[in-house]
Write a new protein. Structure first.
Ligand SMILES: Cc1cc2nc3c(=O)[nH]c(=O)nc-3n(C[C@H](O)[C@H](O)[C@H](O)COP(=O)(O)O)c2cc1C
Length: 141
């Protein structure tokens, strides 16, 4: 049986990011049969411009890589900080590039929140992902 492949996005570029640390902990704790890839290239994505996605063969290479990895994974994990009561810019930029990605709809998605007071960004992230038709795991009770 092939492994379950999860693709993780960290919405922080900070070297000592606790969100990245949480994702790296998940990689270490993943049970046999579950592979988690933490993608560390959000900073390589250009600023989202719909003009640049008119032809899928001409997508900027980091965008094409992001879409391919998102489309071929079994599920997404997103961990991101809250900045000024909002979603981090690098993560929102990446999500905007994924709106036009055909295989995104229905993608099982898990959110990690390492800072319980960061509820504004988590709520926004849920709304954004629901709008993109992701299947977002419910918040733990
Ligand atoms: C410019 C800036 C704005 C921030 N705004 C908020 C905020 O509105 N709410 C909050 O809970 N934390 C806020 N924080 C704190 C970060 O979300 C927190 O430090 C988080 O751990 C950063 O994640 P990281 O360790 O993965 O980089 C802010 C931090 C910075 C630098």
């Amino acid at each position: 049986m092939r492994a379950v492949r999860l693709f993780a996005l960290c919405g922080s570029l900070r070297r000592a990011s606790v969100n990245r640390a949480a994702l790296e902990a998940l990689v270490l704790l993943a049970p046999p049969g579950v592979e988690i890839e933490v993608w560390d290239e959000l900073a390589a994505l250009p600023a989202f411009n719909p003009d640049d996605e008119e032809s899928s063969s001409a997508l900027p290479p980091p965008v094409a890589a992001l879409r391919r990895k998102t489309e071929t994974c079994d599920g997404l994990i997103v961990a991101a900080p809250e900045y000024a009561h909002g979603v981090s810019g690098v993560l929102k930029n990446a999500l905007d590039w994924l709106v036009g990605s055909e295989a995104f709809a229905g993608k099982p998605t898990m959110l990690i929140n390492v800072a319980p007071r960061a509820f504004h960004a988590q709520a926004q992230l849920r709304e954004i992902l629901a709008t993109m038709s992701a299947r977002v795991a419910p918040e733990p009770a």
